[in-house]
Design a protein around this ligand. Structure first.
Ligand code: MN
Ligand code: MN
Ligand code: MN
Length: 282
């Protein structure tokens, strides 16, 4: 039986193997149902390719489904992620935007592979393996570095080889933030600024980011994520109120066994925040 999304858990930020998650969309949905998630969005990086499978699985499990995406963009030379919720995955301009981003992803992964090769690592092979994914990401390269014994962990792979200033760093050529927001809105979706506490900007910078995001048509801010420090949660709730952004909640789940990103498990929305669920036309 379908549970009311109000009474069950909500998770509006998840990944499947259509980008850098490890589960197939149907397996992700089965796990979500097992964890009493009643409202689930699939938000793969730069593709909605898994949404059809996830929708069918949600129907079978009695989970309400929200088709989504997490678009890569740039604001002041920083990579910013915009989650799009309840959009039409078949909207042609949205499809074209995703196709562009996936082409940029392939080029970037190949360029990183070349740089790693020049640094004496099996970069060409690592890039080839990553390029087997429909949406190749740096996480694929990082996992490859771990699998081949070059790094002890994904985090170490990023810190030693992939981050800015490291041998395998290639800047992301993503479209501007406002373009990503408009793309989501034109596809009938609701644009949500993802994991704002992760961007390395000053608090004044974050205010300016939110003002521009709102002006471009952004409607929501992720304010409840697993493992968020209480002072971050308070700060983001204040910003959501100031910029009249609805509050979204999501785990950013990628794979089972990563306890700091548990599917469907995190704090409730703070007080006096409009729940993003009210904006999704459910
Ligand atoms: Mn990811
Ligand atoms: Mn992200
Ligand atoms: Mn994500």
């Amino acid at each position: 039986m379908t549970q009311s999304p109000v009474q069950s858990r909500v998770d509006l930020h998840t990944h499947s193997h259509c980008s850098d998650g490890v589960l197939a969309p149907a397996a992700l949905v089965a796990l979500a149902a097992q964890r009493a998630v009643g409202l689930l969005a699939l938000t793969d990086h730069d593709t909605a390719a898994g949404c059809e499978e996830a929708r069918a699985a949600c129907l079978a499990h009695g989970v309400a489904f929200v088709p989504g995406v997490e678009l890569s963009s740039v604001w002041r030379e920083r990579e910013i992620h915009v989650v799009g919720l309840a959009l039409d995955p078949a909207h042609a301009p949205f499809g074209a935007h995703c196709a562009l981003l996936l082409a940029l992803r392939r080029q970037r992964v190949a360029a990183i592979g070349e740089r790693l090769q020049r640094a004496g690592l099996p970069g060409t092979q690592l890039a080839q393996e990553a390029l087997a994914s429909p949406a190749p990401t740096r996480a694929h390269l990082a996992r490859g570095l771990v699998a081949s014994g070059i790094a002890d962990s994904v985090q170490q792979a990023f810190d030693r080889w992939l981050r800015r200033g490291r041998p395998g760093h290639v800047a992301a050529p993503w479209p501007p933030l406002a373009v990503a927001v408009r793309c989501i809105v034109q596809a009938g979706g609701v644009a949500v600024l993802a994991h704002p506490q992760r961007y390395r900007v000053s608090s004044g910078g974050l205010s300016e980011l939110l003002a521009e995001f709102k002006a471009a048509g952004g409607a929501g801010l992720e304010v409840s994520l697993p493992g968020m420090a209480p002072h971050d949660a308070d700060r983001l709730a204040t910003l959501a109120r100031r910029y009249e952004l609805a509050g979204s909640i999501g785990s950013d789940f990628h794979e089972p066994g990563v306890p700091w990103r548990p599917l469907g498990r995190f704090a409730k929305l703070p007080d006096r925040i409009t729940p993003i669920m009210e904006c999704l036309g459910l």
